[in-house]
Design a protein around this ligand. Structure first.
Ligand SMILES: Nc1nc2c(c(=O)[nH]1)N[C@H]1C(S)=C(S)[C@@H](COP(=O)(O)O)O[C@H]1N2
Ligand SMILES: [Mo]
Length: 502
């Protein structure tokens, strides 16, 4: 073994490979932040996807808010191990070939291949490959023979020093990489729910599930809409700024005992996370004022138990002067929501707490919630005073949002269908203006009471424009009504139809 100057003994090779793997992960994060180009992302997805639900539940119960950092650390360990193994392979190749420094380009190539294969980002993968190769190169170079020395082999001391230096160097660069990567992470203005670098584990699991199961429809959202793309509608030109530290909700009026609850108390209560779709009653038939998020919130039923509601109606009031009335039954199946897609509820969506009534029109989901007033009177809400009638259950709708032309003269049309808590059973498509109908392919039905489904269907255009019409059948077997109506006063209705040019 001592015969070849480039050979590092096993232990040092292993250490060198570990340093290289760490440098690769750090470099990738510095370049990409928490985006799909970061090599930790597919690893984290792998960890979340392959851990059985029962294990996740147990981990969540025992670790609580620590579950996310722990699972993320696990993902980083998995990916660093894989990249280190790649560097080790490069070092083994060097030994086999007995060629000094072969491990440097071999590490670069190997790490680049693995990273590009996992992330699909060829340039981003350089950010992993270069630091890994540099780290391996530094250890090798620094522990190589002193050219002025008469000793044939490297001294163990020299090796130790070189490895230590490279190790500490990589560690401190990892610190810098962390700072750089955090800055490159998009959306960092809206923090994650438990702080940290990613969504809490329970939310992340649902987000992953949605990601995995989504049809990729051009010009249409996936199963979960991104924050920033999720529609926002309210009466304000400038949204209220409400700090969570000063936020309070009072439950007043016809109750056994009035009660006030602050943000910290709310966060300490058992919460649920769930998919739910919002749709504005003022939305045009094929417009997009309909989106879905993973919401985190406390079931109101739990809180109501402590106040003993007596009134048959509840008026929800907000900081911006908006208000809305729902029935007690609706209130009892609502949530006090403080999280959206694993992040703190963004300002535009009602920070810090909004009401969420699954299945009803968007307007009842009062943002910047301040008070819930129980009463026996069915008082008009803000929009009801202005001629709308949009507080009840949503109407059924099937959107045609996406048209994807293929080279063979066909096109895949698709979109989202939504019927509130009734669910979507079927989506039917006609490519001859409504003469004949076929069932569209449907996306998965999630275990959630109020969430849209995606649909898609390929039509043969045969060089002619086609009138494509789409309609949904809800989970109770009701066909979406054909009669067209404007949004005012209680939501648009009718079948969406679009002429698709070849
Ligand atoms: N406080 C307050 N809450 C509100 C509104 C508002 O103007 N003020 N608009 C409502 C309407 S009409 C809709 S459709 C939904 C939209 O929620 P989003 O902006 O989070 O998508 O919020 C509802 N909640
Ligand atoms: Mo709305």
């Amino acid at each position: 073994m001592a015969g070849t100057p480039s050979q590092l003994p096993d232990r040092w090779r292993l250490l060198t490979a570990l340093i290289g793997g760490t440098a690769a992960t750090a470099g990738s994060f510095a370049y990409a932040g928490l985006t799909p180009a970061f090599v930790g992302e597919p690893a984290s997805a792998f960890v979340v996807d392959t851990t059985p639900g029962i294990v996740i539940t147990t981990v969540l119960e025992t670790l609580g808010p620590l579950a996310q950092p722990v699972s993320f650390a696990l993902a980083l360990a998995v990916i660093t191990a894989l990249l280190s193994a790649t560097a080790l392979l490069a070092l083994e190749i060097e030994v086999t070939l007995e060629r000094q420094y072969v491990a440097v380009p071999a590490t670069a190539l190997g790490v680049w291949l693995v990273t590009a294969g996992l992330t699909g980002s060829t340039t981003g993968s350089l950010a992993a490959a270069v630091p890994a190769a540099a780290a391996v190169g530094i250890v090798e170079f620094a522990s190589a023979n002193d050219p002025l020395s008469v000793r044939r082999d490297r001294t163990p001391d020299r090796r130790k020093r070189a490895t230590l230096q490279a190790g500490f160097g990589t560690l401190s660069l990892s610190g810098l990489a962390y700072v750089a990567g955090r800055r490159r992470t998009p959306d960092s203005s809206v923090p994650y729910l438990d702080g940290g670098v990613d969504a809490p584990l329970a939310e992340r699991r649902l987000l992953r599930e949605a990601d995995r199961e989504s049809f990729d429809l051009p010009d249409a959202p996936g199963l979960v809409s991104r924050i920033g793309e999720f529609y926002t509608i309210d009466i304000n030109t400038i949204d209220p700024i409400v700090e969570s530290a000063t936020w309070e909700l009072s439950i007043t009026g016809a109750v056994a005992t009035e009660r006030t609850i602050d943000y910290d108390e709310l966060r300490e209560r058992p919460a649920e996370r769930f998919f739910s779709t919002l749709r504005c009653v003022g939305e045009g038939l094929n417009d997009r004022e309909m989106d879905t998020a993973v919401w985190t919130g406390v079931p109101l039923a739990d809180v109501l138990e402590e106040v003993g509601p007596e009134g048959e109606y509840a008026v929800a009031h907000a900081t911006d002067g908006f208000w809305n009335t729902i029935t007690r039954e609706e209130l009892e199946r609502s949530y006090l929501v403080y999280g959206m897609n694993g992040r703190v509820l963004p300002r535009e969506h009602g920070h810090p707490v909004r009401l969420l009534v699954p299945g009803n029109w968007g307007e009842v989901n009062v943002k910047w919630l301040t008070e819930i007033e129980l009463t026996d009177e069915d008082r008009d809400g803000y929009w009801e005073e202005r001629g709308w009638d949009g507080t009840g259950e949503v109407r059924t709708v099937a959107k045609l949002w996406s048209v994807d032309h293929h080279d063979d003269g066909t096109a895949t049309v698709g979109g989202h269908a939504y019927a509130g808590r009734r669910g979507i059973d079927r989506v039917e498509v006609s490519s001859d203006g409504g003469e004949t109908w076929t069932d569209a392919e449907l996306g998965p039905e999630f275990d959630a009471p109020d969430v849209w489904r995606q649909w898609r269907h390929t039509v043969d255009l045969a060089d002619e424009p086609r009138e494509v019409v789409v309609r949904a059948v809800d989970g109770e077997g009701n066909l979406q009504p054909e009669t067209e109506s404007e949004p005012v006063p209680d939501g648009s209705s009718g079948w969406v139809s679009r002429v698709i040019e070849p």
